[in-house]
Design a protein around this ligand. Structure first.
Ligand code: NAD
Length: 370
């Protein structure tokens, strides 16, 4: 059996293919080094897949995703496909991947590279060196709970309703991902809910505490209400290491934390499923930005969020922390040299293109790994 890692690359729409193109050079370079061998398959997703194959992700591509060791996803969507019916909109491709790969844990790091501390809306001293990880539960909670709907009441008013619900096992599996991550980082985990006003939050707190007491007593665990967490994220974000929270609070808090870093073009993410018998998890890695139709095709996109997503893949899917750290260090060096795409440009310094940024990072990586 081949020992090569099977990657499925889904560039998608808009700037997706541009940022993925630069990453492919990095992957090919790692591959040429020999230490790290990949079998890379590429397929369509989103609007591009709809145009060519009639669906935002074909069954054949879905089958490849299910067999891959990891999926790299670019971005989907754009004005061309907005008039399409909901069921075949580009975003449905992403949702199908998340659902069928059962990706229940969404990892959203918010890391501030020193060279970019000025880009944050907060004072540089509050965010310089910031490195937090938000683990959001991705497949349960109020976005999926039933009953849900809009009904008409006897008095003619309408009533919209959703159900927040979590089972012990749903909380358990995402909490374990967060505890394991905390052990590999600063050994601190903050679990976030609204146990003061919601029963689902009460259960969440109880389960997380039990897992801690039984299996992770060495991890420094705290609990925080979601509203306080939102305040603390903008007051003193460096107090956090890993945060674990539900789907709704995670949606909001991870976007809030993302903005501490100042730029959409710098933010990666990972979505993980349950480990199989061999301990391998289904996993998908993607930048958090969209397809940026306003700059697509112009060579202006920042490829670094996608590079950082690949670094997460090296770390979390393939347990290659040294290679991941080398790629992150190469990015840090390039940023420190003032090499910037337009979204993070320095005043008075002309920005570089997507390709130039890719080349600069690869150059530094070659110096580091040789
Ligand atoms: P967007 O993230 O695509 O763009 C928001 C702004 O940030 C734009 O001004 C864009 O130019 C800029 N930007 C984003 N990524 C950048 C990068 N790497 N480098 C430089 N600048 C960058 O969000 P949007 O404009 O709200 O959505 C555009 C399309 O993308 C829509 O169709 C939306 O549905 C889709 N979308 C897809 C995903 C995904 O594929 N995961 C996520 C969000 C939005």
């Amino acid at each position: 059996m081949s020992a090569n890692k099977k990657l499925l690359v889904l560039p998608g729409d808009g700037i997706g293919p541009e940022v993925m193109g630069e990453l492919m050079r990095v992957i090919e370079w790692f591959d040429s080094k020999g230490a790290l061998k990949f079998d890379v398959d590429t397929a369509l997703v989103g609007g591009a897949a709809y145009d060519a194959e009639g669906a935002p992700i074909s069954d054949a591509t879905m089958a490849k995703a299910l067999k891959a060791d990891a999926v790299l996803f670019g971005a989907v969507g754009g004005p061309k496909w907005e008039p399409l019916p909901f069921a075949v909109r580009p975003e449905r491709g992403l949702l199908r991947l998340r659902k069928e790969l059962e990706l229940f844990a969404n990892l959203r790091p918010a890391k501030v590279f020193s060279a970019l501390a000025d880009a944050s809306a907060l004072k540089p001293e509050l965010v310089d060196g910031l490195d937090i990880m938000i683990v959001r539960e991705l497949t349960g909670g109020v976005y999926f709970g039933t009953p849900r709907g809009i009904e008409t009441l006897p008095d003619g008013q309408k009533r919209g309703f959703n159900t927040q619900s979590y089972t012990t096992s749903e909380i358990d599996r995402v909490a374990r991902v967060a505890f394991d991550l905390a052990r590999k980082r600063g050994n601190k985990l903050c679990s976030v809910e609204k146990a003061n006003v919601m029963e689902s939050g009460e259960l969440w707190r109880e389960v997380v505490q039990e897992i801690h007491d039984q299996d992770y007593p060495d991890v420094n665990l705290s609990h925080m209400y979601a509203d306080n967490c939102a305040m603390q994220l903008v007051r003193y974000p460096k107090q956090f290491d890993v945060i674990v929270t539900d789907n709704l609070f995670g949606d909001i808090l991870s976007d809030c934390a993302a903005m501490l870093t100042g730029s959409l073009g710098m933010l990666p993410s990972a979505s993980l499923g349950a480990p199989d018998a061999g301990g391998n998890r289904k996993a998908m890695y993607e930048p958090i930005h969209g397809s940026a139709p306003d700059i697509a095709g112009k060579g202006l996109a920042n490829p670094l969020a996608n590079f950082l997503s690949f670094a997460m893949m090296l770390r979390y899917s393939f347990d290659l922390p040294a290679e991941a750290a080398a790629l992150e260090a190469a990015i840090e060096t390039v940023l420190g040299q003032g090499i910037r795409t337009a979204d993070i440009r320095l005043p008075d310094v002309p920005p570089v293109s997507t390709a130039e940024m890719g080349k600069a990072v690869l150059g530094e990586l070659q110096k580091l790994i040789g």
